[in-house]
Structure formats: C-alpha cells, structure tokens
Design a protein around this ligand. Sequence first.
Ligand SMILES: NC(=O)c1ccc[n+]([C@@H]2O[C@H](COP(=O)([O-])OP(=O)(O)OC[C@H]3O[C@@H](n4cnc5c(N)ncnc54)[C@H](OP(=O)(O)O)[C@@H]3O)[C@@H](O)[C@H]2O)c1
Length: 355
Amino acid sequence: MTGKTWIIYGAYGYTGVLVADEALRRGHTPVLAGRSADKLVPLAERLGLDHVAIDLEDEDDLAKTVAGFDLVFHAAGPFIHTSAPMVRACLKGDTNYVDITGEVAVFEQNLSYDQQARQKGIAVMSGVGFDVIPSDCMAKYVADRVVDPTQLELAIASTGIPSAGTIKTVLEHIPKGILVRRNGRLVRYPPGKEARRIRFVDRERTVLPASWGDLATAYRTTGIPNITTFMAFPERAASFMRWVAPLSQNLLAIGPIRRLLQKSIEKIVHGPDEHTRQTARSYLWARAANEKGDECQVWLETLEGYHFTAVAGVRCVERIFAERPQGVLTPAVAFGADFVLEIPGTKRYDQLNTL
Ligand SMILES: NC(=O)c1ccc[n+]([C@@H]2O[C@H](COP(=O)([O-])OP(=O)(O)OC[C@H]3O[C@@H](n4cnc5c(N)ncnc54)[C@H](OP(=O)(O)O)[C@@H]3O)[C@@H](O)[C@H]2O)c1
C-alpha cells in the first residue's frame, strides 16, 4: 500500500476502533478522524497514529481535509445523517469513499452519484461490512447460476449481539417500516408477518422479513426485480413481533421518544466483547429462482459481524487501492462473488446434509 493515504472517520466509535486495529495489524497507518478531538486523542496515542478533528457540518473544511487523502473509510453512523456530506467532500477532493452502512435509504442515495464518481475517477462503495459483503457476494453467486432470475431471497442469522451504534441506527429506520423489492420498486411490507423456517449451515431458524441494505445493493448487483431479505429471530421473539413490530413502528415515529431511547442505549449497550467477537459465528442463506421454477441456493458461515466488518472493510480498502475501480459499486460488482471467501474463517456451501 506504499504511498496511499486514508482516514477512518468515526474512528473512536465501537466499529471505527476495530477497523483501526485491523488496519494497523495489516500494516496500514490510517489517520484517525471524527468530530471530537477529545475522543480522538487517547485513541491516536494508544495506536500511535495521527488524528484530525473535523465536523461534517463544515463542508468546506471537510472537503479541504479529505482532498489530502486517497480514501475515506466512513464509520460514523447512523449514515442517513452522515453519509451525504462526506460523499460530497470526496467527490470534490477526488477521494475514494467507502462506508459501513446497512441502511437501504443511504445505498439508494449513494447510487445516484455514479456518474459523478466515474467522472472523478473514484470509487464510492457503501456497505463494506457484514452488511453487505457476504450477502452481496451470495446474491451474485446464485443469480449467476439461474437463467433470467426473477426472485432473490437472502437470510441472515448472527449468534453475536449488536453495538449501541447499530441499535441506534435500527431505531432510526423502524418508523419507515419493513421494505421488500417488488417489480424493481421498494415497497412497504406489513411488519412482523410471514415468519418462516429457514435452514442455515448450523441449524434451522425462524426468520422474518427485515430491511437489509441488500434490497438496494443486490438489485444493483443482480438486476433481480423481486428481493426479500430476512433476519433470524429466536422462536419466541418472532411470534411477539406480529404485534410488537407495528406498535414500535408507531412509537418510534415520535422523534423525542426515539431520541430518548437512542440516548439511553448509548449508556447501557457496549457491543460484543473480544471473546464474543472471536467466537460467535454468522450464517447466511441465499436463493435465486426464475419463472420456470429453476433455482439455486447457497449457504455461508463466517465471522461474527463486527469482526467480519473490520477484517473485510480493510480488505476492501486494499482492493480499491490495488484495482482502482471507478463509479458507485457494490462489493460483488467490484470484486466478484468469491471476494467473501478471501475473509479468513468463511466457508460457502452449495448443499447441506439433511438435518
Ligand atoms: N454494515 C455493517 O455490517 C455494520 C457493521 C458495524 C457497524 N455498522 C454501522 O456503523 C455505524 C457505527 O456503528 P458503531 O457500532 O461504531 O457505533 P458507535 O459506537 O455509536 O459510533 C458511532 C460513531 O459515529 C460518530 N457520529 C455519529 N453521528 C455523527 C455525526 N453527525 N457527525 C460526526 N460523527 C458522528 C460518533 O461520534 P460521536 O461520539 O462524536 O457522536 C461515533 O464515532 C452504525 O450506523 C452501525 O449501524 C454497520
């Protein structure tokens, strides 16, 4: 990576720290960035890295700072509030942009910068984390094995726990309801409905439709017009969701209630500890089908989600520096369906032994 410079914005957040640690482990020396100098200094001292404090709201200063780097790794979310100013700064400064969003609205928003990114000769790649690298690679894998696929289903199960940042981001989007893609368009879907059982690599689980970023990225990667993304829930939680989900959707639409809950979560949730990150596993399933009934399924087992995000996010940076892709790209479009297999601890299965 000689000569390439990059910054991690949101470096002192839960995931930002993991990305910085992984970057150092891989021999990089990114500059740590965020809006609070007080929070940056102790981290920069601990890791022996430079730091820069910048506010996203000061767009001129942001653009000038970003222009001095080859790439920004954006780790400050919810990205619905943070992504747009950073993408604009990167476009001004001819600086590559990656982020770890999983938010459908942010993927859709960033896809609209494709032409500008191509003109500038930079890559804009959202979702270089657990959502969406494995699922995007699996979507491409199954779509490439079915003639004229019209339906795609993706399901995700994790044995770990979420960070405060992830919960805050989910709460931000709950009022918008559950989305699915039908005939190429994003449409709302009744929350808490259509529970079904899906077999993962380790065992069968109950899943419910959930709005994963793949509703945007898998459409871009595969062109399949009907996409449903599912998330696994414990059996009991899944049956509660039928009435809890509509209730929480209405409650969280009230801004002050949502913000109060988000503030409380900051104080009580600390994210998975080192032991959980090293031992928990993630499981994914994908299926593409066509009108004739031909189908292809695939299963994947990989690292715990935050561990995966740090490892795979840094690999994406390395691939962007090495291959210089341009435009707004999904991970699988840029690096292929097998990219996920480069992440240590990842196994893909074309078939499973019956239970
Ligand atoms: N795609 C994936 O698989 C994946 C994996 C991990 C995380 N994520 C997402 O990444 C985001 C961060 O997660 P996390 O666990 O690291 O959360 P976190 O610990 O709460 O960290 C959030 C970071 O974002 C910064 N931030 C928030 N709003 C900001 C703003 N308006 N301007 C500048 N900085 C701002 C925070 O800085 P302050 O402390 O100064 O507020 C902090 O550094 C979340 O949206 C999460 O959903 C996605």
